[in-house]
Design a protein around this ligand. Sequence first.
Ligand SMILES: Nc1nc2c(ncn2[C@@H]2O[C@H](COP(=O)(O)OP(=O)(O)OP(=O)(O)O)[C@@H](O)[C@H]2O)c(=O)[nH]1
Ligand SMILES: [Mg+2]
Length: 466
Amino acid sequence: MSGLFSPLDDALAGLGELTRALAGRERVRLAVTGLSRAGKTVFLTSLVANLLAAGRGARTLPALEAAAGGRLRAARLVPAETQSTPRFDAIGHLQALAADPPRWPERTEDLATLEIALELDPRSLLGQARAAFTGPRQVTLELLDYPGEWLLDLPMLGQGYADWSRETLARLRRGRRAEAAGAFLAFVDALPANAPAEESLARQGFSLYRDALRTCRDKLGFRFLQPGRALNPGPRGEAPLLWFFPLPDHHAGDLADLMARRHAAYLADQRSGFFDPFFRRFHRQAVLVDTLGALHAGEEAFDDTAEALAAVAGSLRGGLGLFDLLTGQGVRRVAFAATKADHVPARAREALIGLLGDLVGRDPAGPLDTATSVHAIAAMRCTEDDVATLEGRPVAAVRGVLLEDGRSAKVYPGEVPLRRPDAGFWQHAFFEMPVFQPPRLDAEGRAGIPHLNLDGLVAALIGDLL
Ligand SMILES: Nc1nc2c(ncn2[C@@H]2O[C@H](COP(=O)(O)OP(=O)(O)OP(=O)(O)O)[C@@H](O)[C@H]2O)c(=O)[nH]1
Ligand SMILES: [Mg+2]
C-alpha cells in the first residue's frame, strides 16, 4: 500500500492538524472497519446516540467518562455545510430502531460521513489560559460508514489482474464454494484461451460470477468475495467497468485483455472515489468482527472470515504522516471487537475475547507503535442473561425477543471456543444465532442505547485524547 498516497498531501493535511491542535481544536479520524454485516451501522448509531446522551449528562458511557476524567461537557453533531458526500443519518437509524415494531438498518449501499464534536474542560493550566481566548477544548470525531463488501477491494489494490484471477479461481474451486460457483466455473473452463472480446460473453461471464458471489455471501456466509461492487454496486449502479471476472492463466486473447483493462479501471475508480478520500489516513481504528456469526456459519465460512480479515489487515498498515506524530494523534490505536456479544451469556463473552484475539493474533506483523486491544461488545444489547436446562443440567443462556415472531425466548447459543476451533469442534458444534428484536427505545434517544462494553472499546480507542 505504500505509494498510495502522496507525501505532499500528507504533509499539508498534517500541517492543518497541527495548527488545529495548537488552537485546542483537534480532529480525530476514527475508522470503523468491518466486513459486510459486521455491525458497523448499528455501532455508529449507538456510538452517536450514546455520546449525545452523555453530553447531556446521561451516564451512558461510564468507562469513556472515566477516561476523560469527567471533563466531557457537551457533544453535538457538526452541521454538514456544503460537502457532497452523503451524511450518515444517525437520527434516522435511531428512529427506525425505536419504531414499533423496531427495524434494524438495511444493508449500507453508499458511504456516508459524520462528525461529532465533543466539548471538554481543559486538561492543564496552559489549556485553561488558552480556553480564555479560544473557548473550550474541542475534539471532533470524524466517522465513516460504508458497505462492508467494498472493504475487500482494499487488498485488490496491490494486485494485477493475473494474480487476482489466479487466487480468486483457486479459492472458488475449494470446498463449498465450488458448488456455489459450479455454473461459472463450467463457463470459464469451456472458454477457449483466445476468446474474443464480445460484450455478450463478458456480460454472461460476469453475471454467472456475480451469482456465485451472491450464493457464497447469502447462503454460505462467506466474506472473501471480490470485487465489492459486484455484490453491492452503490449509488452509481452497474457500470461497464464492473463487467469483469477471473480467467485462468493460459488465457491470452482479446477477452482476457478486456477483463484486465476493466479490472484496472475498476480499481482506479474505487481508489479515487472511496479509498483515497476516505481511507487516506486514520488515527484510530475499530475493527468489528461478527465472530459469533462466523462460528454459526460453520468451519469453511469461519476460515474464510479469518482469511478476509488477514487480507484487509495486511493492506491497512502504514499511512500516517510526521505531523500526526507531532500532534500526538499518530499514536495509533487499533481495537478489535467481536460484535453482537449479547447473543451469548457473560462467561462466553470472555471466551469470545479469547477467540477473536486468537484469530487476529495470527497476523503478527503490524506497526510497532500500535496499541492493540481486543473486546467483546454489543452496540445494542437485545438480551438479558438467563439460565436454561440442557439434558437436565442448568446452562448459561440469554433471553430476548425474536425478530421473526415477536416471541420472548430463552436461547442456549452453544459453547464459544477459547481459540480457533479444531476439526473436532465442528463435528459436534452447533451454534444458535437467532436475530433478536432491538429493545424498546425512546425516539429522542435521551437515555442513549443500551449496550455491552461499547464504552470500554471507545475508551481504549480515544480515551487518551480526551
Ligand atoms: N443482537 C444484536 N444484533 C446486532 C448488533 N449489532 C448488529 N446486530 C445485527 O447485525 C445486523 C447487521 O448490522 P449492521 O450494523 O447493519 O451491519 P453492517 O456492518 O453495517 O453491514 P453492511 O452495511 O452490510 O456492511 C443487524 O441488522 C442486527 O440484526 C448488536 O449489538 N446486538
Ligand atoms: Mg451498514
